[in-house]
Each structure stands twice: as C-alpha cells, then as structure tokens.
Design a protein around this ligand. Structure first.
Ligand SMILES: Cc1ncc(C[n+]2csc(CCOP(=O)(O)OP(=O)(O)O)c2C)c(N)n1
Length: 517
C-alpha cells in the first residue's frame, strides 16, 4: 500500500465515504487510490469553493465529515471562504491538501506557498504528514479531530512523495471527543433565574435548534414565561408544522435590540452571545440590553440537548411543548415579487425538504411564509461569506438523497459559485434552485446608507448594480446541464416550482423580480 492508498482506506474505515475534489498533479496518487476503495465516492467540483461548501452541507446534514481534496495553497485559498462558513457552522469537515514532494519544496516551484498558514486560518487541527507509514494513522486522527464536539475543520497536508511511497498502513478509527456534560449546578442556576419571574430569553444555537432540544426549550419557556429566539444564522434549524416555532434574532442590530428590549436574563443554549454583524457609526455593537445578565446554560460543544432536557425537567414538569400548527399561505395572481414568491414557496414546500437559504434581501418574507409548512431543515449562511448556497445544496443533497433540496439564491451570490450547477447535473441531485434575480447587490445599497457613506454618484451605484448586461441564469443553467425556466408571473412561478418538486433531478427557476436597489 502506498501512502495515498492508506489515506483512502482509512477514510472509508472511519466512515468518510464522500470526497469532494478538485485535484492537481500533486494529488494524482490520491486520485488513483480512490479506485482501490470502492466505498469512497469522489465528487468532482469545478471550483474549490464549491467543494468546500458542499462538504459543509454534507457535514451539517450527516454530522459526519466529508473529505475535500484540494491542490496546494492556491486550491485551498480558492476554498477558504466556504471553509470559513463551515468553521462558523461548526461543521465536521476534513480538508485534504496536496503539496509538493518534500524534497522539491527547496526549489520554490511556482505553486509553492504557505499551506500551513492558510489551513491554520480556518482549521481547529492541522497536520503535515511526513512519512507514508504515518499517512493512515494521521488520517484517523484527522477524522476524530473533525468530529470533536461540536465539529470543526481538520486539515491534512499530504506531500506528493508521501502519497506515492510504499509502506502505508490503514489507520485505526479513533473515537472522537463527545459533547461535554453540563454540570447539574449550572442547570440549577439557570432554573433559579427562570423561576425568578424576571424577563428572560433563551437563545438557541447549534444542536439547540434541533429536536429534541426544541421541545425541551419550548416546555421551559411555556412554564416560566421566558421567550425563545434562535441565533441569527443557524447552521441547521428544524422547523415547520409539529415542531416548536422559534424566531431568529434579526440581522440588523437595532431590530435585534428591539427583540431583546426589556430582557434581564439572556440564557445561551448552544449559541454565542449576539453581536452586530458590522460596526456602524452611532449604532451599538451588541443588541443585548446594558442591564441584562448573560448566563451560559450550554456551550456549543456541550451536550445542549441534555442540558435543555434537564432544565425542562426542573422548571416544566408536566408541561407540553407548544407545537407549530400546519398552515400554508395563500397566493394570488399577477406579477411576481420576492414577497409573493415566499408565499408560493410556503404553499408548495415539500415534506422533509432541506432549504439552503442564500436569498439575502429577497428572503425577508420566507420565515413567516414557511413557518407552518411540513417539517423541514433550514440551512443558513453562517459566516456571511456569500457564494455558499449552491455548493451547500450540493452537499446536502448527496448527504440526504431521499430528501428534496431547495436552494434559494440571490443572483449576486449565485454567481460566485455558479459552477456548482454542473455538479448538480453530473450527480443528478434532486435540487431545485430558485434564483431571485433583482439584478443588484441590493443589501449593499442599504448598507451604503447605514454606514453613512451614501452618495448620489453613478460610479458607486454601478458597483452595486448587476444589470448591463442582465445575467441569463436559464442559459447558464442549461449550459451546465440543468433544466431551467424563467418566471415573471406568480402563476408561472407556481407551475414551475410544482414541476421542479415533482420531477427528480436538478432544476433551476429564475424568478425575475422587479429591480431593487
Ligand atoms: C465573500 C464575500 N464577498 C463579498 C461580500 C460582500 N457582500 C455582502 S452582500 C453582497 C451582495 C449580495 O447581493 P445578492 O447576493 O444579489 O443579494 P441581494 O443583496 O441583492 O439580496 C456582497 C458583495 C460578502 N459578504 N462575502
């Protein structure tokens, strides 16, 4: 066995069966090794940012890492923005980065760069394998590191000569570190706070936004009068009919401050304390009221479901969770808008859908419109680095082949990683992509005002405008093998969405919206 075969064998033995890849010369032995391990599914992505975003989607849905194969420093650099989003999502993910042969590095060949520095910027664990005999054991450690609760990026750097040298051995799978139990004392303290009757909010994040955590949190809230909120950009939020409904904290800090106004106790369950996404002149850095005390019930790496269950047993014995009733919005006829598109989506969303939300300003109406739809998972843009939605959908669909995936994409964000559509077609993934085509970086026109940089100049406006030429997403999708259509009316959008949900395989609908900006 050479080093590459040892890595591939160990991945499969550790349950890593999907590897998103964009390889180069230094990874050729790893590419060849994939054929020696039939359990490993290699998925070609045409840009590393697609591969890393796909691994994020896969990890969010399975709780297990996918591998991402990238070509030296430049390949890793192309993948960094979506690795950043994955780090913020606390997704288990294994980055495998090929490097020059150890003895070739002294030549400073053109692709030579500081891979370790790049990997270190997003990873919780980095290892450079130095001998083929250690390739398998390093891989087993990398998988365990990725799975370390609550989940993180582990990066394994593989020099080419390590991969092609014989003497490799499969590594033995290692049990990852489990979530830490929350001490009884901490749970009792939070119970005392909740029983005080002072206004309290329980802020849920991570596994706190999945069942059974949601049921326990809902019981605790109902029994004590505390209010529940979700972190602003959850990695994965289970919602819909039959599940306790939890509103997200708003993106704009003044709106979030309004949601938290009057709160004396903020209880964190799997979430970090909220902060403003950006600094703005004359706006607060955090929405938490000055006289509010912050209590940590459970850190993201803790046993959040266990802590919430224990809390509910203390403060809400006999209390039932408040479940969202089934409810579908109505929609009329006429021209399509983002608001009515949300109603159509809420009316038609299939059972157990996975929604990858990068709709940005066009998505404002989606949470309300889909609240009572059948149970579904909502995956959001955790790290604010746009270009995530189409890759995320790729990985979610491969992770959950029996579930329909809906990618809700703003047009500007879609263009960063549009080549994900090719992988949707290559893998025949059941993904319906809706492009909200407002032909603008609409949110930035708002941010221009909010930062106080407002201008009437056309140069500034042109940097936020996506027209001249308008982007033809149906032509783009068709060129990559994804059947596509354009909707300008509500009736067209509803008919096209129905058809896309009914037919297996990928579809793209360009929702032509009135221009914003
Ligand atoms: C990687 C990255 N580059 C740039 C930005 C800055 N940025 C934030 S929103 C945005 C434009 C969003 O436009 P679009 O996706 O069309 O959504 P809309 O605002 O029109 O709803 C940009 C460029 C970012 N967040 N991430």
């Amino acid at each position: 066995m050479n080093g590459a075969q040892a890595v591939a064998r160990t991945l499969a033995d550790c349950g890593v069966t999907t590897c998103f890849a964009n390889p180069g010369t230094s990874e050729m032995h790893f590419v060849a090794a994939l054929d020696t391990v039939p359990e490993l599914h290699g998925v070609l992505c045409l840009f590393e940012g697609v591969a890393t975003g796909a691994a994020d989607g896969y990890g969010r849905m399975t709780g297990h890492p996918a591998g991402v194969l990238m070509h030296l420093g430049p390949g890793l650099a192309n993948g960094l923005a979506n690795l950043h989003n994955a780090r913020r999502a606390r997704t288990p993910l294994l980055a495998i980065v090929g490097d020059h042969a150890t003895y070739h590095k002294r030549f400073d060949a053109p692709l030579e760069s500081d891979i370790d520095a790049l990997a270190g910027s997003v990873s919780g664990w980095v290892r450079r394998t130095t001998r083929s005999a250690e390739a398998g054991s390093d891989t087993a450690e990398a998988v365990a590191a990725a799975l370390r609760a609550p989940g993180q990026i582990a990066s394994l750097i593989l020099p080419a000569d390590v991969t092609w040298t014989d003497g490799g051995e499969a590594g033995t799978p290692i049990a990852p570190r489990r979530p830490s139990l929350v001490p009884d004392e901490a749970i009792k303290q939070v119970a005392t706070v909740l029983r005080s009757g002072e206004p309290a909010v329980i802020l849920l994040g991570g596994t706190g936004l999945r069942r059974p955590s949601l049921d326990a949190a809902s019981r605790a809230a109902a029994a004590t009068g505390a209010r529940l909120f979700a972190e602003t950009f959850p990695a994965r939020h289970e919602r819909g009919a039959g599940i306790p409904a939890v509103d997200r904290l708003a993106y704009l800090v003044e709106f979030a401050a309004h949601q938290l106004a009057g709160t004396r106790h903020l209880i964190l369950a799997g979430a970090d304390a909220p902060v403003s996404f950006f600094a703005y002149p004359d706006k607060p850095g955090t929405p938490v009221p000055a006289d509010c005390r912050v209590h940590v019930l459970a850190e993201p790496g803790d046993d959040v479901p266990g802590a919430l269950a224990a809390l509910a047993d203390l403060v809400a014995a006999g209390e039932a969770p408040r479940l969202q009733q089934p409810e579908r919005p109505a929609f009329g006829e006429g021209e399509l808008s983002a608001q009515v598109a949300a109603s159509v989506i809420g009316a038609l969303l299939p059972e157990s859908a996975i929604v990858c939300d990068e709709a940005n300003t066009s998505g404002i109406w989606l949470p309300a419109a889909t609240a009572g739809a059948p149970p579904h998972d909502w995956l959001s843009l955790t790290g604010g680095a746009i270009g995530q939605g189409l890759p995320l959908a790729t990985g979610a669909a491969l992770a959950s082949p029996d579930r329909p995936v809906l990618a809700l994409e703003a047009d500007g964000s879609a263009m960063y990683t549009a080549s994900a559509l090719w992988t949707h077609a290559r893998e025949q993934l059941d993904i319906t992509t809706v492009i909200f085509s407002n032909r603008a970086y609409a949110i930035l026109t708002m941010e221009l005002e909010r930062t106080g940089a407002a201008t009437t100049g056309t140069t500034a406006r042109d940097l936020l405008d996506l027209s001249r030429p308008d982007i033809d997403f149906t032509a783009l999708a068709a060129g990559m093998g994804v059947p596509a259509s354009r909707a300008t009316t509500i009736a067209e959008f509803a008919a096209q969405l129905r058809r896309a949900f009914a037919e297996p395989g990928p579809h793209l609908i360009e929702a032509a919206l009135p221009p914003r900006g």
